[in-house]
Design a protein around this ligand. Structure first.
Ligand code: FES
Length: 195
């Protein structure tokens, strides 16, 4: 937020300097107008550099998990056998090309999110599970396991979440869209189990 404030202030100062430059030129003081114009350029350059820092170093507003839909597409994908995912601990799995985190809850519900944190790509499977959420080990963003919603930043985007169906002991998953209406804990075999 502090960096964002500096970014906004620099740009505002730049606009103000350009305004003064315009007024000076309108009064025929071109040399003075040029100087104010250069001052404006310096201010927006600072704003641009700080904005670049926010976008590329701090990943403000960026979503490092948005490629999941392209990689996976729609439809069900095999995830593995239920026995591969012990109850409690987050386990890293794979859906096609997409690494995922699988949490087999004590209630029997299986939760699946994309493993690469939407903030800067940290491995959620190495994070800590508490109160139905996973906390990223890198910067502490917290995502709800049921739907991927980011309950705490710095991540500004939700984590892709997956619907689950279990046939026998085989778990399959498909990308869940936030607009889908799926009960968080449905019945077992052959039906969606959660998302
Ligand atoms: S990578 Fe920064 S919070 Fe996950």
């Amino acid at each position: 937020m502090r960096v964002g404030l500096v970014h906004a202030a620099s740009n505002a100062v730049g606009v103000a300097f350009y305004g003064v430059s315009f007024a000076a030129r309108a009064r025929g003081r071109f040399a003075r107008g040029r100087l104010w114009g250069l001052a404006g350029l310096a201010a927006v350059s600072v704003g641009g550099a700080v904005g670049g820092h926010m976008a590329f170093r701090q990943a403000s507003g960026a979503n490092h998990a948005e490629h999941v839909a392209e990689l996976l597409g729609d439809g069900w994908h095999p995830l593995g056998d239920l026995a591969d995912f012990p109850v409690g601990a987050p386990v890293r799995g794979r859906l096609g090309e997409v690494p995922v985190i699988v949490v087999h809850e004590s209630s029997g519900t299986v939760r699946v999110l994309a493993d690469r944190c939407s903030h800067m790509g940290g491995p959620l499977s190495e994070g800590e599970v508490t109160d139905g959420c996973i906390r990223c080990p890198w910067h502490g963003s917290t995502f709800r396991l049921s739907d991927g919603w980011n309950t705490a930043g710095p991540a500004t985007a939700a984590q892709p979440a997956f619907a689950i169906r279990i046939t026998g002991t085989l778990i399959e998953a498909r990308l869940q869209h936030l607009s889908d209406k799926v009960p968080p804990t449905a019945a077992a075999s052959g039906e969606e189990d959660g998302w």
